[in-house]
Design a protein around this ligand. Structure first.
Ligand SMILES: Nc1ncnc2c1ncn2[C@@H]1O[C@H](COP(=O)(O)OP(=O)(O)OP(=O)(O)O)[C@@H](O)[C@H]1O
Ligand SMILES: [Mg+2]
Length: 249
């Protein structure tokens, strides 16, 4: 379980201080598919980047299975990051490498070599994301949805317990989005990987999330089971995101 305890993140720059997170407390249970929604600038990306410690929170704690990970460094941080994989809008694939070699990359990064066993596992992961026949294709030869599925296969190489998805389908057309959501649903339901899904699409939340939190100016204003929040949104921002704001009647 991931427990975020009163997280704050302040960015200081020439124009002053920006409170990207202003005291976020959330619990994400094992096996959950937890959505985070909010308008642009609400702090969603900052929040997930604090979960895998790409950003250090200014204050507050990130506690995973009862262990405080907030201040991990070095080998312990690398070990923690293997448990918490991430995919994002731009896919982040290596363009000079085949799909299979992209999926093998975490093995290479971890041990400096790729064994026959690693390649076998990478091929299995490509099959899991329905790309068993694209192992030797290069990213440029794949559709957006296929590229994101290669990125998911790569993210799963280290057998993570959590998969953080930051606008993972935002660059995709509806059919590609559907193929990626299908895979994410399977990864959650069949492999038991807990999903933390950031999206601006209410359809994505409806399609794969069990619980959802609404972030406004770095604070959680509403959270609960998706069907409950979507049926009876209380906060003005939630209503607006769902297209039921005052201005929509
Ligand atoms: N590295 C940074 N330096 C300074 N300010 C930052 C930095 N990263 C984020 N911010 C600020 O923190 C706030 C939250 O940004 P964040 O990227 O988390 O929002 P978001 O909800 O992901 O938005 P979007 O939906 O547009 O992706 C914004 O006001 C942003 O300008
Ligand atoms: Mg963002």
């Amino acid at each position: 379980m991931i427990s975020l305890q009163n997280l704050t993140k302040v960015f200081d720059d020439a124009s002053g201080s920006e409170h990207a997170l202003a005291g976020v407390s959330l619990e994400i249970a094992d096996g959950d598919a937890f959505g985070i929604i909010g308008i642009s600038g609400a702090g969603k990306s900052t929040l997930v980047r604090c979960v895998n410690l790409l950003e250090r929170p200014t204050s507050g704690r990130v506690v995973v299975d009862g262990v405080d990970v907030t201040d991990l460094h070095g080998a312990a941080l690398r070990q923690y990051r293997q448990r918490v994989a991430m995919i994002f809008q731009g896919f982040g694939l290596l363009s000079q490498k085949t799909a299979l070699d992209n999926v093998c990359f975490p093995f290479l990064a971890a041990s400096g070599r790729v064994s026959a066993e690693d390649r076998k596992r990478a091929q299995e992961l490509l099959e899991l994301v329905d790309l068993g026949d694209k192992a030797l294709s290069y990213p440029a030869q794949l559709s957006g949805g296929q590229k994101q599925r290669v990125a998911i296969a790569r993210a799963l190489a280290t057998k993570p317990e959590y998969l953080l998805c930051d606008e993972a389908t935002s660059a995709l057309d509806p059919a590609s989005t559907e193929s990626v959501l299908d895979v994410l649903r399977r990864v959650n339901e069949e492999r038991g990987v807990t999903l933390l899904v950031i999206t601006h699409s209410m359809d994505v939340v409806r399609s794969i999330c069990k619980n959802v939190a609404v972030l406004v100016k770095g604070q959680v204003v509403e959270q609960g089971p998706v069907e409950q929040i979507f049926a009876a949104p209380e906060h003005e921002t939630t209503k607006a995101l769902l297209g039921r704001g005052r201005w929509n009647g």
